[in-house]
Ligand binder design. Sequence first.
Ligand SMILES: [Zn+2]
Length: 246
Amino acid sequence: MPWRPGEDLRALVELVAPAQCPGCGREGSRLCRWCAAELGGGSPRLWRPTPCPAGFPPTWSGPAYDGAVRGIVVAWKEQDRVDLGPALAVVLRAALVAAIEASPEHREAVRSGRPVAVVPAPSARASTRSRGRSPVRELALRASGSPRAVVGALVLARAVQDQAGLSAGARAANLGGAVRVRPGLGDALEGVPCVVVDDVVTTGATLVECARALRAAGSGGVVAATVAATARRDRTDPRVSPIAGG
Ligand SMILES: [Zn+2]
């Protein structure tokens, strides 16, 4: 048999540590079909946080960030389960396509062959940065299917706290003015419609900041796409109304 390094090494690793599904903990599969269905079974939806911060871009998301989906995203991002990237990218791609289709400006640009920039949100997670990975960029590259479309235009202008565990107000304060366009990339974005992509949208503070920075650099319209969206906690809130149409 030919030596296939990837497969053989994976088999070897699985001998030592049996494959386990990060969604449900079931052993024997690196992503079981039930959790795969929970991740990728639905259609992307237009999503917004409650309360919705000013400047929040139209955002399309996959499933609720809960249960199995949460387990999969955490394993991919925090536990270096890079093998989950393709499954997550399929979900992000659907959200990306929906976001472009729903925006006349983006749709027209694609149809007439003009550029649309897919812009990864910068990560505030120290754990991610310290390992030198850019998981959201990796995901954006897979989801767009076009390395040229992905523009790593956004960086953190200053140190910010890890957003996890912060309230909505604290997140907004933590991120206020923290995102900026990389020096020298402003011209490339001039008038170009952008889609900001991220793994999870929670309070919307990150997407607001990304959109603000892009618009300040003279970009065209900004929309966003994420793999998952945090489920609303208060489902009886009378201010929450279903978003119809697009
Ligand atoms: Zn599972």
